[in-house]
Design a protein around this ligand. Structure first.
Ligand code: ZN
Length: 177
């Protein structure tokens, strides 16, 4: 049975470390970690989680996008486990969009990201995958990729004026609807 993991909050050194690449994705402890990450991110209505966010400094993250109360407009895609990712290319076209982070509760910020990326990674069975992502998934991928390099989304804000509380962010969404 997967275990719900505690989420490291900003200030924990693990979030600022460069994560270690995985040699053997089949390792039982790593497979259990992946199960735990998927269970944890579902429990807390995240759309992705990186291993350093559960105090494990390994180059693994999940993308688990589905509409939920924190991200009402997220697309529904089957949960994806990403190991040792590389971003092979990124579009010069950028777009600003709202991001939040399980490690920085209570705030959302506007972050500029490439609209399209080409990536390479190992899936959880160790197969090499090459894919392209755009839109919301490209954003989530870039956000989680940053976590493996000790970066968080607030590092990428152009101005602190583009940071708002989650409460006001969600109020804004409701007012649009
Ligand atoms: Zn995050």
């Amino acid at each position: 049975m997967p275990i719900l993991r505690q989420i490291a909050q900003l200030g924990q050194p693990v979030l600022r470390r460069v994560a270690t690449k995985i040699d053997n994705p089949a390792d039982a402890a790593l497979q259990a970690l992946m199960d735990d990450m998927l269970a944890t991110v579902a429990e807390v209505d995240g759309v992705g989680i990186a291993a350093p966010q559960v105090y494990e400094s390994f180059a693994i993250f999940t993308v688990a996008s589905r509409p939920n109360p924190r991200y009402p407009h997220a697309p529904e895609v089957p949960p994806l486990v990403v190991i040792n990712p590389e971003i092979v290319w990124m579009s010069s076209e950028m777009e600003k969009g709202w991001e939040g982070c399980l490690s920085i509760p209570g705030v959302r910020g506007q972050v500029s990201r490439s609209t399209k990326i080409g990536v390479r990674y190992l899936n959880r069975t160790g197969d090499l995958r090459e894919e392209e992502f755009d839109g919301f998934l490209a954003r989530v991928f870039q956000h989680e990729f940053d976590h493996l390099h000790g970066l968080v989304f607030v590092d990428r804000l152009e101005s602190t004026r583009e940071l708002v509380t989650e409460r006001e962010y969600l109020r804004g969404l409701r007012n649009q609807a």
